[in-house]
Design a protein around this ligand. Structure first.
Ligand SMILES: NC(=O)c1ccc[n+]([C@@H]2O[C@H](COP(=O)([O-])OP(=O)(O)OC[C@H]3O[C@@H](n4cnc5c(N)ncnc54)[C@H](OP(=O)(O)O)[C@@H]3O)[C@@H](O)[C@H]2O)c1
Length: 349
């Protein structure tokens, strides 16, 4: 089955995704009867390209990495040629391919989840499926978007939004039928966990953060991580999906980490405890991202470096945990791929 894909956002995740798609091309055809054509790619400042017959996306990725623009790939620009993410989605909506999928990987916006929500809404309204690694849509508009998806017979999937490729949403949706999630606790932000581990080892905050940046773990602008916004967006998405909450990241009680955290982290370690930034929520309880001193027996206390974990409190199975010992770009790209395969399976059945 042919799937036409439009990529809105083509940064680290989007480029790794197209390379993974290429690496898995034979397997997707053989095991899932799925052939993907990337017909459109849009960025904010690095151009937009569209070709109904398909784009060489690996070449496009290399072009961007060499400092080029996607506009260079579409010389015959006319008034109908898409110029941005909206245009690329509208063009995809005119495709007659049996599967049409928007892959949304624009930058996270913690004020309102835009422009990702606009992109997702437009795509679903036009009958296109959506997969995204962006936390914004599930964190700010999960209920609306999932209802819109259902009413158009489409999927809205976002496995990569939390814990990269480790299946959190899939785990609950696909393998825990009849189980009610009562709450969760977790360490869901790699940068802050890595910094807290470094502080425990005696590093000060600024060099610990600089080390995360030089290793490519923290963003050049790390405020989304260290101020707790990334974790708050993940917490809101988890609460909306798993606990049927109606919250946004702005409703999450939020603590970050800073230079003053070093002495607290070391004091906790000296006491045999561990300071961790813990995301949590329960039905009827305000979600939060809080610095907590954890006893050594707590699973979350044992997480070092970029490790993440989520403990689900269930009505039937008690507490179950899922851990990610080393995340990264390939894992996030895989989450998009797994969502794509989920969509293909849904169409078959
Ligand atoms: N990196 C990770 O490991 C990871 C893991 C899990 C989830 N995520 C999430 O995945 C998403 C992408 O992450 P990333 O690391 O790939 O970010 P990134 O490298 O900064 O790429 C973001 C892309 O979005 C584009 N963009 C921004 N606004 C746009 C708009 N209005 N229309 C079209 N394109 C737009 C940017 O274009 P320009 O470059 O031209 O500005 C860029 O191509 C984010 O939401 C992030 O939170 C990332």
């Amino acid at each position: 089955m042919l799937a036409d894909l439009a990529l809105v956002g083509f940064g680290n995740v989007g480029r790794r995704f197209v390379r993974l798609l290429e690496e898995r091309r034979d397997q997707l055809g053989r095991d899932h009867d799925l052939t993907c054509h990337i017909t459109g790619i849009a960025t904010r400042r690095h151009g937009t390209t569209y070709c109904a017959a398909g784009i060489d996306a690996a070449y496009a990725a290399g072009l961007l990495e060499r400092g080029g623009s996607l506009d260079d790939l579409s010389p015959a620009v006319n008034s109908r040629h898409p110029k941005d993410g909206i245009g690329v989605i509208e063009a995809l909506a005119r495709s007659t391919a049996p599967l049409r999928v928007v892959v949304e990987t624009t930058t996270l916006d913690v004020d309102a989840g835009q422009p990702a929500i606009r992109h997702v809404r437009l795509a679903l309204g036009a009958g296109c499926h959506v997969v995204t690694a962006n936390k914004g849509p599930a964190a700010f508009a999960y209920r609306d978007l999932s209802m819109l998806a259902r009413s158009h017979g489409c999927s809205f999937l976002f496995e990569g939004a939390v814990m990269d490729g480790v299946p959190v949403f899939n785990l609950v949706r696909e393998t825990l039928p009849g189980v009610t999630i009562r709450g969760f606790r977790g360490v869901v932000n790699s940068t802050t966990n890595h910094i807290l581990s470094a502080l425990e080892e005696g590093l000060e905050f600024a060099p610990a953060l600089a080390r995360m940046q030089s290793e490519g773990i923290a963003e050049a602008d790390p405020s989304l991580d260290v101020d707790g916004w990334d974790a708050a967006a993940k917490t809101a998405a988890l609460a909306n999906v798993l606990l049927d909450a109606r919250v946004t990241p702005l409703d999450v009680e939020r603590t970050g980490i800073g230079p003053e955290t070093a002495s607290r982290a070391r004091a906790a370690t000296a006491d045999g405890r561990r300071l961790r930034l813990v995301a949590s929520a329960a039905r009827g309880v305000r979600p939060g991202v809080r610095l907590e001193e954890l006893s050594p027996g707590d699973l979350l206390a044992s997480l070092r470096g970029t490790a993440n974990a989520l403990i689900l409190d269930t009505d039937t199975l008690g507490n179950i945990a899922i851990c990610q010992l080393d995340g990264g770009l390939t894992h996030t790209a895989y989450a998009l791929l797994s969502d794509l395969i989920t969509i293909r399976r849904g169409v078959r059945s």
